[in-house]
Design a binder for this molecule. Sequence first.
Ligand code: TYD
Length: 134
Amino acid sequence: MNEKVKLLEFRINCSEDGYLIAIENSKEIPFDIKRVFYIYGTKEGIVRGKHANRESRFVLISLAGSCKVRTHDGINEEFFLLDSPEKALYLDKMVWKDMYEFSKDSVLLVLTDQPYSSSEYIRSFEEFLKIVKG
Ligand code: TYD
């Protein structure tokens, strides 16, 4: 099993009124959340992400609509469809990610364990491969 890229499934609290999912640091999310951002209004045909992070780990949750994610850890390339708030994609540090095929109503929530720092981004796939392959 790939430990660097994992699908997570959340416990749903069902009631007659509807659904609720709760996520807590170090429980449902395998790190301490330091930053939250969300991606929405992505135009048709756009690919977002296109980077790896030296330090940050992420959990991606599609709160509304859907999108696809391509990941690469230097060895394995994987593809995921995020189309439900009940599942999430965990990405370790040093995982390349492309998000694409966003539906018009897509709201993608991203949780991470690091504050924002542009210097930890690797934006060239060739450079990323060189680094992970040593
Ligand atoms: P970027 O990482 O390029 O996102 P995408 O590929 O999805 O468009 O970020 C877009 C802009 O937002 C860029 O100017 C950096 C800024 N930004 C922050 O200020 N804080 C953050 O936490 C993130 C993720 C981005």
